[in-house]
Design a protein around this ligand. Structure first.
Ligand code: GLC
Length: 556
């Protein structure tokens, strides 16, 4: 790898109110990041103690997945109190200390907000259960009588994202809606108290100094709950991916037009702060429908999962990048790019699977099939990352990808925690394989994650990926990320790119400016490098100076 020496002035973009437009945001999954109190579960003090790692990496912000009180029925996305810290993870004072230290280091802080549902342990749901059918307390959720002579059938054919019916019956005979686990009852967003409570939550964290919010399942809040509720007819249409098969805005619980009124209301609150708080929508909706979530008078930015789902293929990548930039431009937003997060198979492993492969089936077959070649996976992941970091817009990194961690596909059934495992009748392993606690040191208990164990077992192979094993090691993935992020800060100017039209079919090339071009070789054989000064490469060039297979170069 070649790196051009530093020359440019320091980048001041984090001082700007629109810092998020081209920011690199690092996702921390707190339970798996660092464990300060040795109970095997990561915590806020652990995050604070390791913020130097993020500052040294060169990211602009961290996004904290939920750290709120939760029984962990869905890894913290089952929130019992949106304005508290889970006692196992710390206190509000610990959160304040974390935010203060992050800000001192020049890092913005983004928190997760989970508005579609609460935990069943939330005081509102407990009240709803106690108050009985027809009560005001039940009106905050979606309770209905069942069908059939004794109401023994669920009210509709809607399916949970995690498998099975989206309805659960309570002892008095009524049913409640849960698009995720039964421990996550859906709220009824037509209820004024629900709306007001989330306004309070936005203000609560904004007042504590958070810089932005990641909005969980942003496309599901508004539902068609007019009586009688309607069946989808084909329960498979409950799958978010099936949205494209219905006329836009007609699905009873995804991506309805009235959801946008909620975000216009939120934007007024977010804009009442100086600087305005940013927000990014987690909305699994097609490109054209994503525009609205990202409008400046709504959330301002939306995740782009089409990019994450695109196979390692030149034409497919070029198309998705073009479409994503178009979507962002139409919204007046910047594009977003994600390769890994806490819900998907890590890209080091995923990009090695055949295009269109069923990742669930792959996870399930772990141990019965030849393991993926970790070196080849890492080479491709590094190339993909360098390509992503050269794209205009904002990049979201997931903890551990800077170490090149692969998916831990071989977790045995008895340790699995993701509700998907049980809810699918043990036919889908779920997302634990990307949530295994991070290795910080090459030895010691839980590889430096904490002084005790780790809530999910770390494989021995983690030793070689540890931060300490890569720190200062030329060519390591950690050093590649550090260098790339440092260069990116200096090179980022425009929010557009120009495709290179003279590249071979399996080479993807584009220019961000006359001092920054990116070229990726997706073929199995080396290709000549375009002319220019080599700034950085994701892997070594061939001895005769060509770009090897699955390698990206930045050129000046
Ligand atoms: C989002 C989260 C996921 C969670 C779900 C329900 O998709 O990213 O982890 O299970 O929402 O809250």
């Amino acid at each position: 790898m070649t790196v051009r020496p530093d020359a440019s002035p320091p980048d001041l973009s984090s001082q700007r109110p629109d810092w998020w437009r081209q920011a690199v945001v690092y996702q921390v999954y707190p339970r798996s990041f660092a464990d300060a109190d040795g109970d095997g579960l990561g915590d806020l003090k652990g995050v604070t103690a390791r913020l130097g790692h993020l500052a040294g990496l060169g990211v602009d912000a961290l996004w904290l997945s939920p750290f709120y009180p939760s029984e962990l029925a869905d890894g913290g996305y089952d929130v019992a109190d949106h304005r508290e810290v889970d006692p196992r993870l710390g206190t509000l004072d610990d959160f304040d200390a974390l935010a203060a230290e992050a800000h001192r280091l020049g890092l913005k802080v983004v928190v997760d907000i989970v508005p579609n549902h609460t935990s069943h342990r939330h005081v509102w749901f407990q009240e709803a259960l106690a108050a009985g059918p027809g009560s005001a307390a039940r009106a905050r959720y979606v309770f209905r009588d069942g069908r059939g002579p004794d109401g023994e059938l669920p009210p509709t054919d809607w399916r949970s994202v995690f498998g099975g019916s989206a309805w659960r019956r309570v002892p008095d005979g009524q049913w409640y809606l849960h698009l995720f686990t039964p421990e996550q009852p859906d709220l009824d967003w037509r209820h004024p108290e629900v709306r007001e409570d989330f306004r309070t939550t936005l203000r609560f964290w904004s007042d504590r100094g958070v810089d932005g919010f990641r909005v969980d399942v942003a496309h599901a809040l508004a539902k068609d709950l007019a009586e009688p509720l309607r069946d989808l007819g084909e329960p498979a249409l409950s799958d978010e991916k099936a949205l494209v098969r219905l006329p836009p805005g007609t699905h009873p619980f995804y991506d309805r037009d009235d959801v946008h009124e909620i975000y216009r209301d939120w934007r007024r609150i977010l804009d009442s702060y100086t600087p305005p708080r940013m927000a990014v929508a987690e909305a699994w909706v097609p490109h054209a429908r994503r525009v609205r979530y990202a409008l400046p008078d709504e959330l301002g930015q939306a995740f782009n999962f089409e990019y994450l789902e695109t196979p390692w293929d030149t034409a497919a990548l070029r198309q998705v990048v073009t479409e994503s930039l178009g979507t962002a431009r139409a919204a007046g937003a910047s594009a977003t790019w994600v390769l890994s997060n806490h819900d998907v198979v890590r890209h080091t492993s995923r990009l090695m699977l055949p295009p269109g492969a069923d990742t669930g089936a792959w996870l399930l077959s772990a141990g019965r099939r030849p393991a993926l070649d970790p070196a080849a996976g890492l080479r491709r992941a590094r190339a993909a990352t360098l390509l992503m970091l050269a794209l205009p817009g904002s990049a979201y990194l997931y903890q551990g990808e800077e170490l090149g961690l692969p998916e831990v596909a071989e977790l045995p059934p008895e340790v699995l925690q993701d509700p998907i495992w049980e809810q699918t009748g043990r036919t889908q392993k779920g997302r634990d394989g990307c949530r295994v606690p991070l290795p910080w040191t090459a030895d010691g208990p839980s590889y430096g994650f904490g002084t005790g164990g780790a809530w999910l077992p770390q494989p021995e192979s983690f030793a070689a990926y540890a931060v300490a094993a890569q720190d200062g090691v030329a060519g390591s993935t950690l050093e590649l990320y550090r260098t790339a992020l440092r260069l990116r800060r200096k090179l980022t100017e425009s929010e557009s790119l120009t495709w290179a039209e003279d590249t071979p079919p399996e080479v993807l090339g584009f220019a961000r400016s006359d001092r920054w071009r990116c070229v990726t070789n997706l073929s199995a054989t080396p290709v000549p490098l375009p002319p220019g000064e080599v700034l950085l490469t994701s892997g070594p060039l061939t001895p005769d100076g060509r770009l090897g297979p699955d390698t990206t170069a930045w050129l000046g």
